[in-house]
Design a protein around this ligand. Structure first.
Ligand code: AMP
Ligand code: MG
Length: 424
């Protein structure tokens, strides 16, 4: 069976995965989702002119010549109505975020005033004090005032279609009163482990048994990718068991990941069942990569099923290369892959020619030169899950002899490089 180049395999998978039907989801549940249409503001932000500082609302003409002393007629706090109006030659004590009263066109910062007794006219009624403020420095019209609509105007497009919603976006949508957001929904993705050797949880192991780690990893990778993980448990290496588990999952999942059962072994039934159920749209590929060579992929009743390899590192790498981009495409992302950097290899990354692209588990950090630097981790075989867990990047070594220390190496970043001099 000939090896399929990585890009060809990725293209083949991606071409069969369609974006999910957009849905209006509550704002509180929209973090990380992608907008399906442009969003328009129906109100101004701020909704009315308000003070940017603690100070005194005035008519700027009244403070053109300073120092000048003005009577203070009231205090307006944030949340209070914009009253009373400021008459000619008057000032109103105003706090940050409070609405600007009629008549005023500027606010003098409290730092630019003197000789205020700290009481409003209203509080001073009956008291034997004159409530007044001495303004030391004049202000131009509009000074220290945040006009209505200064941040966002009613009618404005706030975010285009295809925006990935982050915390700031959710804040903006809250600021304009949006309660439901039209987005591509999170994909509900089932994870099914296969293998007679697998044991769940902490039961004692009998000879020949191992604990199921892939399901935990894949469910976590899905959660990290902003999908909705669905735990489908584990199926034995029997054709009927795999078929039943898959068939049951199809009804309630947008996509399914299986692990194991896609190699060339006699008991590798996932590829057999997928071939049978998918009716044509099935691919069983030997991809020209290491790790994660075997991949089974099929669309069953409109639902993509990714038959990932069973070796723990392979299943993670296969998820990264095939499932994650496809799921992101389904969830409306234009950028489906992880970020890549041309990193500096701090140590040689040696390999032997074998016709495959090698994905080397590395630790990446920011160097003092502002570049990403990588060093290989021990344990580069497909069962070395511990080294994979320690890796925050995969260095890409095309077929050949690898690269020497100090050379550039294209690197896929699985998470942020460790902080270093340049980023601190
Ligand atoms: P397979 O692809 O089914 O031939 O499995 C390849 C290797 O991965 C074997 O050593 C399996 O025992 C191991 N393996 C399969 N599934 C899992 C799993 N869920 N957790 C940990 N190891 C697994
Ligand atoms: Mg197996």
């Amino acid at each position: 069976m000939s090896l399929v180049p990585l890009e060809d395999a990725q293209r083949r998978v991606l071409a069969q995965c369609q974006p999910l039907r957009p849905l209006a989801v509550p704002l509180a549940e929209s973090l990380g989702c992608v907008t399906s249409v442009a969003l328009t503001a129906e109100e101004d932000v701020p909704p009315w002119a308000n003070s940017a500082v603690d100070g005194f609302a005035v008519r700027s003409a009244d403070v053109a010549t300073t120092p000048v002393t003005l009577p203070v007629t009231a205090t307006i706090r944030a949340g209070a109505p914009p009253e009373p109006p400021v008459g000619p030659g008057e000032a109103v004590h105003i706090l940050t975020g409070a609405p600007l009263p009629a008549g005023a066109d500027a606010v003098v910062m409290v730092e630019d005033t003197d000789a205020w007794d700290g009481r409003t006219g209203r509080e001073a009624v009956g008291a034997a004090v004159t409530t007044k403020v001495e303004v030391r420095r004049g202000v131009a019209a509009g000074a220290n005032v945040r006009p209505a609509g200064d941040d966002i105007r009613a009618g404005q497009t706030v975010f285009g279609a295809g925006t990935v919603l982050g915390p700031g976006h959710l804040g903006v949508l809250a600021s304009i009163g949006v309660r439901k957001v039209p987005v591509f929904p999170r994909a509900r993705v089932g994870v099914l482990s296969t293998g007679d050797e697998l044991v769940d949880g902490g039961e004692p192991l009998h000879p020949g048994q191992i604990r199921d780690s892939n399901r935990r990893t894949l469910l976590a990778l899905l959660a990290e990718a902003n999908c909705e993980p669905v735990d489908l448990g584990h199926a034995r290496d029997e054709e009927a068991a795999v078929r039943d588990a898959l068939t049951e999952a199809l009804g309630r999942c947008d996509a399914v990941l299986t692990s194991g059962g896609v190699s060339v072994g006699d008991f590798d039934f996932v590829k057999v069942v997928l071939d049978e159920l998918s009716g044509g749209g099935f691919a069983w590929m030997q991809v020209a990569i290491r790790p994660a060579k075997p991949l089974a992929f099929g669309v069953v009743r409109g639902t993509p099923v990714f038959g990932l390899p069973g070796n723990p590192v392979s299943s993670m790498v296969s998820f990264e290369l095939f499932a994650r981009p496809a799921l992101r495409h389904m969830m409306g992302h234009a950028a489906t892959g992880r970020p890549q950097a041309l990193a500096v290899a701090d140590e040689p990354l040696a390999r032997r020619p074998d016709g495959k692209l090698h994905l080397v588990r590395v630790r990446a950090r920011w160097g003092a030169d502002g570049r990403v630097h990588v060093r290989p981790l021990g344990g580069q075989m497909s069962h070395h899950l511990h080294a994979m867990a320690e890796a925050n990047a995969l260095a890409l070594l095309p077929d050949g002899d690898g690269v020497g220390g100090g050379a550039d190496v294209p690197t896929v970043l699985l998470s942020d490089p460790d902080p270093g001099f340049a980023s601190s």
